[in-house]
Design a protein around this ligand. Structure first.
Ligand SMILES: [Zn+2]
Length: 191
């Protein structure tokens, strides 16, 4: 069986603890997010030094390299989305295959374009990316994201943005949604 597209709405992770990875949004402060992002990158870099990280555990599960390439792009995209939420306007974004940097602004609230992560995984050919390159890029992208989130002034954490399905985020909830994504994927690769 090939990789099954991830169409789940993961916003529930903001309301209750994740049964898979244990992430608890209520117990996670905004201030903890940059540290979780950096820690996830360190754990991924350790995983990527293992033998056989290019191999999928089974046909429907990404290899550790594919997960790490995805997490790198999540860091780049979340940094961009933070920029959008703070500026309420379209701002330059990362050049990632399948990622649409366009923004629509309605009533002063910016809305992100939909991102299909499986299209990006295919267009960017995650499976063929060298593990050492991915580890270095992930470290850099995570550090950039961590600094971006920790430099947001307190008053700006309440700024809002929308996903393409209409669900509304604040900078505060975006940060915790982002942190869960990384912690969850560390769990996926047993990091
Ligand atoms: Zn989880």
């Amino acid at each position: 069986m090939p990789i099954v597209p991830d169409t789940k709405d993961w916003t529930w992770v903001l309301e209750r603890a994740c049964a898979d990875c244990g992430f608890d949004p209520e117990a996670t402060t905004y201030e903890a997010v940059p540290g979780l992002v950096r820690d996830s990158a360190v754990r991924f870099a350790e995983v990527l030094r293992r033998a056989g990280v290019e191999d999928r555990p089974d046909e429907s599960t990404w290899s550790p390299v594919e997960y790490a390439a995805h997490v790198r792009d999540v860091c780049l995209i979340m940094t961009h989305r933070l920029d959008i939420a703070l500026s309420a306007a379209e701002v330059p974004g990362p050049a990632i295959g399948g990622y649409d940097t366009a923004v629509t602004v309605d009533d002063g609230i910016p809305m992100f374009a939909n991102w299909d992560q499986d299209v990006t995984a295919s267009l960017e050919n995650y499976a063929a990316q060298p593990s050492a390159d991915v580890a270095a890029q992930l470290t850099t992208a995570a550090e950039t994201a961590a600094r971006a989130f920790e430099s947001v002034p307190l008053a700006d954490r309440a700024r809002v943005a929308r996903r393409s399905n209409g669900s509304q985020f604040t900078v505060d909830t975006l940060a915790r949604y982002f942190a869960h994504d990384l912690v969850h994927h560390v769990h996926d690769v047993r990091g």
